[in-house]
Write a protein that binds this ligand. Structure first.
Ligand code: BEZ
Length: 189
């Protein structure tokens, strides 16, 4: 049901020896930067698409009633827009704890919206992790989001923060747009 990834991540890519590392955020990292960063820039990565396919037992749901949060799914034709943060490697100690439920750090090429690119890291919860829920219809995903809550609050607030943050970046994501329509329908709006 949940995999504690803290120790795995500690042995993974940290860019040790580098004083600064770029980290790409595509979910809560876009709107919840509760860590020190040197600089942040709107950015995108290619070959990945954002999906509400990861179960959340520790933040937006419970072990008995998991919520849904985003992860990235490999798709050669896709890209994912988000926010890149320039951080020091020590920040990973905080993030590895915050995102301990199945997310592992992977190396990606980050393309900055204003030009240029760099190698950096991204947290991905792959299909093999125990909290992975996988695909469901937009309506089912919306229903689960509408019903779930956990220690970090309502799952629908997580969704709304992400949808608003993408709008603020001037980015659209059809997966998010479709679920938002379903959530609106559920709320009777
Ligand atoms: C992110 O916003 O990049 C992110 C989302 C979930 C877990 C870790 C990172």
């Amino acid at each position: 049901m949940s995999t504690n990834t803290i120790s795995i991540n500690q042995s993974l890519h940290r860019f040790d020896g580098h004083r600064e590392v770029w980290l790409f955020g595509y979910g809560s990292l876009i709107w919840k930067a509760d860590f020190d960063f040197i600089e942040r820039r709107p950015a995108r990565i290619h070959g990945w698409t954002r999906r509400f396919w990861q179960g959340s037992h520790d933040h937006r749901g419970t072990p008995e009633a998991p919520g849904r949060v985003v992860t990235l799914i490999a798709d050669a034709a896709a890209h994912c827009a988000g926010m890149a943060y320039l951080i020091t490697p020590e920040v990973f100690d905080h993030l590895d704890h915050r995102e301990k439920n199945g997310y592992l750090r992977e190396i990606v090429n980050i393309e900055f919206s204003q030009g240029g690119s760099t190698q950096g890291l991204v947290y991905i919860a792959g299909p093999g992790n125990e909290a992975f829920l996988g695909a469901a219809s937009d309506a089912e995903i919306a229903r689960q989001i509408a019903q779930s809550k956990g220690p970090s609050g309502l799952n629908r607030d997580y969704f709304a923060h992400l949808a608003d943050a993408l709008r603020a970046l001037g980015e659209s994501d059809s997966h998010i747009d479709r679920i938002e329509q379903e959530l609106l329908a559920l709320s009777g709006a």
